[in-house]
Design a protein around this ligand. Sequence first.
Ligand code: SF4
Length: 218
Amino acid sequence: MEQQFNYHVTLHKDNTYSLAVSIDQGYMLPEDFVLVAELAKKHNVGKMMLTTEKKVSFMDVAAEEVNPLWADLQETFGERICNPKGKITVCPGSMYCKFAMAGLDNHAMGRKIEEVSKKHNAGKVKVGVSCCPRNCAMSQIKDIGVSANVKGWVVTVGGNAGMIAKVGEKLADGLNDDELLALLDKVYQYIEENKKDNERTNKTIARLGIEHLKAAVL
Ligand code: SF4
């Protein structure tokens, strides 16, 4: 029988679980990898995986080890760790990449968007924050896509990489930091008010139409 946890885990077909965590948005120190490996061994984790969203996934975790593992991870990494259902992924961009648009900081912006998302109960909303039009955070196939060009931030909505792949539709461009955060606040609010149960954002937008969203947030 599936055990209930008050954080996000996935039940495997052999009744073990996987727990995926994000540490500093995936940009970890070498010693962080040593720590997560030690905790994995302590809790008899069968396999580990680094996900496309830069999360560390502990797999094949026995049901009775899930809570102790999560408690140890929180104690070890404190505020640096989170267990996101809808992940905010940032490309190497402003910290590492020569193509990053000057004057825009997608790592700081990712953290600010996370704070905005916490104000809402919008469910599983995946966000990509790329610092140039190359979109290495796969922004265009996220529920909310943020990318950058010479004019500022660009926002797309309704992208999806699931069973029916879809590129998101452009909502706005040329935004500065404050304008972007204000718009995303409204988009999260819109999703919260309009989604049905666990409906994903692209399905909500397909059901109501992009003009309905634009009328509410622009
Ligand atoms: S999206 Fe642009 S800035 Fe970000 S890693 Fe890719 S090339 Fe670099």
